[in-house]
Every structure is written in structure tokens, then in C-alpha cells.
Design a binder for this molecule. Structure first.
Ligand code: URA
Length: 212
């Protein structure tokens, strides 16, 4: 039987990640510490793919990019371009809704040091593959960072060599267009590898692609 699941809250397929989540739960009993589900409607035409839950953000709150620095600019942009009901995301029950937009992560569990290993990327990739397969026609996917980009290329069965990551690179895949962006991490925004203007232009382009 083909496993078409896009998410499994009980998943413990990656031993290192499962152990790490147990350890973090011991240290922070109030934290969510489980695989973090995608956020937003399944029929949204805009999918954002991040790397993995952040320790004190998604791993604490249970919602992607919620409650830490990485989400600040992201939700501002989503709100500015009409994809979110509010410009900040604090907690899973804060009432924020996404509009024709969905956010997921290439790896659903918090990895030590924010770095999933290859085997973990591969094991988790089936969820992303199923999620991408069920997207509506004319969808746009934004990859936040090179790891998310490569997870998407792998998930659709394409060759990495033919689709290289680059900020603002646009790739025509069979069933959707993929637009790359540098990740909106604290490191990238503090060092200005990713400026607000650069990130703004990504969202303006997505809005334009979906509206026309
Ligand atoms: N939070 C997420 O959910 N994903 C990231 O990639 C970073 C922070």
C-alpha cells in the first residue's frame, strides 16, 4: 500500500531526532516537542517550505515559524501581501489564519543544532512528497534555504544538478513553480545576507504569479 500521509504526529522513525525530542521535553516540559504539522489549508496555492522546527519557536509552540525570530519577517511579509490575517505569530492558538497559503518544513522534528543529517532528510521526505503531490494546479512553492530547496527537488524526483538553489531563482517543475529564497533565520537577517527588501521582493513576486 502506498503511504499518502503528509504528516504523522506519532512518527519516531529517526532515532536521533526522537531521542533529542525526549531530552528537550525533559528540559522544557511545557514545550510541544513532537513532529510539527504543516500550517494552513491543504488546497492553498502557495506553499512555503522551511528547514525544520526551531528549538524555542515551532518546537515550543507546535506551529511552523511561530514564537521565534525566524518567523518575524516571514509573517510580516505574509500579512503585507494578503496571505495572513495578522503580521505576527505568537502561539498555535493565537487566532492567526493563513489565506491561500500553507507553511511546512522539510524535516518535521527539531534537529540538534538546527542540522538534520542526510538520513533524516531522506526519511522525512515522503511527507513533503505527498504534500507537494496534493497541491492545486498553478501553485507556487517558496523554498527557504538550500536544504528546503533540495528536499523539494528530491521529493518530486528531479535531478539536483538541473535545479540549483539560488536566491530568487525560479524553477519550472512539472506541477508547480518553485521560487528560492535565502532562509529568514536570525543569522541571515542579522548579517544582511537576506535583507527585508530582498525578502519583500520574493513575496511580491509570489503575489504577482498567483494573481496573474
Ligand atoms: N521555524 C520553522 O518552523 N522552520 C524553520 O525553518 C525555522 C524556524
Amino acid at each position: 500500500m502506498i503511504d499518502a500521509a503528509i504528516f504523522d504526529k506519532e512518527c519516531r522513525d529517526c532515532p536521533r531526532l526522537a531521542r533529542f525530542l525526549d531530552d528537550v521535553k525533559d528540559r522544557f516540559p511545557d514545550y510541544y516537542c513532537r513532529p510539527v504539522p504543516p500550517f494552513g489549508a491543504a488546497d492553498a496555492r502557495f506553499l512555503i517550505v522551511g528547514l525544520a522546527p526551531g528549538m524555542h519557536g515551532a518546537n515550543r509552540t507546535g506551529r511552523p515559524f511561530t514564537g521565534d525570530h525566524a518567523g518575524i519577517l516571514l509573517y510580516q511579509m505574509l500579512h503585507k501581501y494578503g496571505f495572513a490575517s495578522r503580521d505576527h505569530s505568537e502561539a498555535a492558538d493565537d487566532g492567526l489564519t493563513l489565506i491561500d497559503c500553507r507553511i511546512t518544513n522539510a524535516v518535521k522534528c527539531l534537529p540538534p543544532g538546527n542540522k538534520p543529517v542526510g538520513a533524516e532528510m531522506n526519511t522525512c521526505n515522503r511527507f513533503l512528497a505527498n504534500e507537494l503531490r496534493t497541491m492545486p494546479e498553478n501553485s507556487v512553492v517558496v523554498a527557504l534555504g538550500g536544504i528546503a530547496h533540495r528536499a523539494i527537488i528530491k521529493a518530486v524526483g528531479e535531478r539536483q544538478l538541473e535545479f540549483k538553489f539560488g536566491h530568487a531563482a525560479l524553477h519550472d517543475l512539472d506541477s508547480f513553480r518553485l521560487l528560492d529564497s535565502y532562509h529568514c533565520s536570525r543569522y541571515n537577517t542579522n548579517t544582511r545576507r537576506l535583507t527585508e527588501a530582498m525578502f519583500d521582493a520574493i513575496f511580491a513576486q509570489v503575489r504577482e504569479m498567483l494573481d496573474n
